[in-house]
Design a protein around this ligand. Structure first.
Ligand code: FPP
Length: 234
């Protein structure tokens, strides 16, 4: 009997974990792992766009990642700057739109500026949307949404729809699939509200080893799942 085939997930979120361990296994510095992690992100963005994914959220820097050594934080921010500045031709060719999720106010001003510029430069593209979760925490996003809702007026009704409407990117549909590389079964404060009914996939591979084929395999796995959203089996 043929399995019921669901389409390609419209929105995939990825927790790109294992950069540090990848480097340590090779006796290299953690920063080398992040450099290779950026290359993996580029491979996976291209593959997702080619496969017809509409939204790809990349967990690039969490609200908790500031606890890391200043050198590592500075290095990751440098990679983000490089990615935002250096990829314009690639975005243009692939009609990719860049967006941000997270607290802009807590970002270094130059990074916030680069994000704004990349979002403006690519805002008219109708291809896949890449959402960089930067200075992002799921709890923080819910708190900021609640504050915006409260500020919208004394009669603001507190409903699920109203909170959803005040998230960072309210027009972006909830993720269908959330992938975590490097083998750990944790959500680490990623898309807590939006991921309520996502399918989850944990891959043992460290993020720098990820390729487009790994994404294809993850999508194949997703297509075999039976999503019920709290209902019963059809
Ligand atoms: C988690 O691995 C990875 C990060 C905190 C940084 C992710 C950043 C990149 C992949 C580079 C920038 C990407 C873009 C798209 C601009 P870890 O350091 O926690 O690994 P570990 O758990 O093995 O220590």
């Amino acid at each position: 009997m043929r399995k019921k085939v669901s389409p390609v997930p419209a929105h995939i979120g990825i927790i790109m974990d294992g950069n540090g361990r990848w480097a340590q296994q090779r006796g290299q510095r953690r920063t080398q792992g992040h450099l290779e992690g950026l290359k993996a992100a580029k491979r996976v963005v291209k593959a997702a766009s080619d496969l017809g994914v509409r939204y790809l959220t990349l967990y690039t820097f969490s609200t908790e990642n500031w606890k890391r050594a200043a050198e590592e934080v500075g290095f990751i921010m440098g990679l983000v700057r490089q990615y935002l500045r250096g990829e314009l031709d690639f975005y243009r060719e692939n009609r990719i739109r860049i967006r941000h999720a997270g607290d802009t106010a807590g970002l270094p001003p130059d990074i916030a500026g680069e994000l704004r510029k990349a979002a403006e430069d690519t805002g008219g593209f109708d291809g896949m949307q890449v959402i960089l979760a930067l200075n992002y925490g799921g709890r923080d996003e819910i708190v900021r949404a609640a504050r915006r809702l409260a500020a919208s007026g004394p009669r603001a009704e507190i409903t699920e729809a109203a909170i959803s409407a005040h998230l960072d990117n309210p027009d972006v549909p909830d993720p269908d699939l959330i992938i975590r590389s490097a083998g750990e079964f944790r959500i680490s404060n990623f898309l807590l509200w939006e991921g309520a009914y996502a399918e989850y996939l944990v891959s043992p591979k460290f993020w720098p080893d990820w390729t487009g084929e790994d994404l294809e395999r993850a999508i194949e796995d997703f297509r075999g799942r039976n999503r019920r959203f709290g209902g019963t089996v059809k």
